[in-house]
Each structure stands twice: as C-alpha cells, then as structure tokens.
Design a protein around this ligand. Structure first.
Ligand SMILES: CC(C)(COP(=O)(O)OP(=O)(O)OC[C@H]1O[C@@H](n2cnc3c(N)ncnc32)[C@H](O)[C@@H]1OP(=O)(O)O)[C@@H](O)C(=O)NCCC(=O)NCCS
Length: 162
C-alpha cells in the first residue's frame, strides 16, 4: 500500500505492522509527546515495557491487525484493532506521532483498517478515550456518522458501525 498526504512534501507508505518492528515502535514511543502518550494509553507511561511491546507486536492479520504509516523508513503512526469476545466487534486504537498529526494520516489509516476489519467480519469498532480527547472523537465520527459515544467517569466509550 502507498499513499501521499494532502501536503505534497509529505509522502508516506502504509503497510501491516511486522514482528520485526520492535525497535521502530520503541523509537516511535520516545518521539511522542506526554500528551499523546497519555491520550493513547490513558496513563503517563514513561517507557514501553518489553511485555507491552510484545502485545503491540502480537498481530495475526485477522483477529488482531495493525497498520503502520512509514516516512523515510520511520514508523510515524500505528492503528490497530483487537477482536474481543464478540466476534463482530473489535477494539480500535491509534496513535500518530505529534509532528505528523493534522495531515490526514489518522483518517487514512483508520479507513484502511476499517476496510480490512470488514473483510474479516468485524461490523463495529469500539474505542475508549479520555473525555477531553476531541481529536480522537472527531476521527471516529468521520468514519461513520452513526458513531455513538457514551460518557462515564471522565472516559468516553465509542461504538462505530463499519
Ligand atoms: C487522534 C489522532 C490519531 C488523529 O490523528 P491525525 O493524523 O492528526 O488525524 P487527521 O490528520 O486525519 O485528522 C485530524 C485533523 O486534521 C485535519 N487535517 C487533515 N489533513 C490536514 C491537512 N493537510 N492540513 C490541515 N489539517 C488537516 C482533519 O480535517 C482533522 O481535523 P478535525 O479534527 O478538525 O476534524 C492523533 O491526534 C493522535 O495520535 N492522538 C493521540 C493518541 C490518541 O488520542 N489516540 C486515540 C485513542 S486510542
């Protein structure tokens, strides 16, 4: 897969995350701002543990899928879904490195992941985000006008039909 962002100087490619991407993920993590880390993991994680990296790299391209956006050899964004106990639903999570936000990468990654998920029988994405995470809410709303959001104790649960 390949794609060009709206900005003509920003060319990136999109590919499935691979088992060999451990150091890429580690480097990506250290380039994220504290706010982006907190919004993605809902916790102020200082560094990624090896078990956490194991989980992030654990994809089977059916029940657990992840796509990476790559610029000049660096992974700058990752979107993933993990199917839970309900096979028609999958939890989605996304992060775009701060320097590459607001260029349409998140929207494109999410759309491509949704297409893959549909091909594997997923009918809705679910997501949990902090109550003030408007960029993430707008991104999910952009995927489907039917996205539903439920606020509870400072967190938002989203259900997005695909
Ligand atoms: C949420 C997140 C993934 C969005 O990624 P992104 O790549 O910035 O998203 P996009 O660029 O596709 O869209 C974001 C905005 O940029 C705008 N945009 C897109 N291309 C643009 C361009 N070329 N120039 C200017 N703005 C642009 C979009 O219209 C959108 O605006 P809106 O929010 O007002 O609707 C990113 O902010 C992030 O990583 N946040 C931290 C982690 C997180 O919150 N994850 C979600 C919970 S798991």
């Amino acid at each position: 897969m390949g794609a060009a962002a709206h900005d003509t100087t920003a060319v990136f490619t999109i590919r499935p995350l691979e088992a060999g991407d451990r150091e890429q993920l580690r480097r990506l993590f250290y380039r994220l701002s504290p706010t982006t880390v907190y919004r993605r993991f809902m916790s102020p994680i200082p560094r990624p543990s090896e078990p956490a990296l194991d989980r992030l790299l654990d994809v089977d391209h059916c029940n657990r899928e992840a796509l990476a956006a790559v610029v000049d050899g660096d992974v700058v964004a990752v979107v993933r879904y993990v199917r839970g106990s309900r096979p028609e639903e999958a939890e989605v999570a996304i992060v775009v490195e701060d320097a590459w936000q607001h260029r349409g990468i998140g929207k494109l990654l999410l759309a491509l992941l949704a297409r893959r998920a549909r091909e594997h029988g997923v009918r809705a994405f679910t997501a949990t985000m902090l109550g003030d995470n408007r960029p993430a809410a707008r991104l999910l709303k952009g995927l489907s006008e039917q996205a539903r959001f439920t606020v509870s104790q400072g967190e938002v649960e989203a259900v997005v039909p695909l």
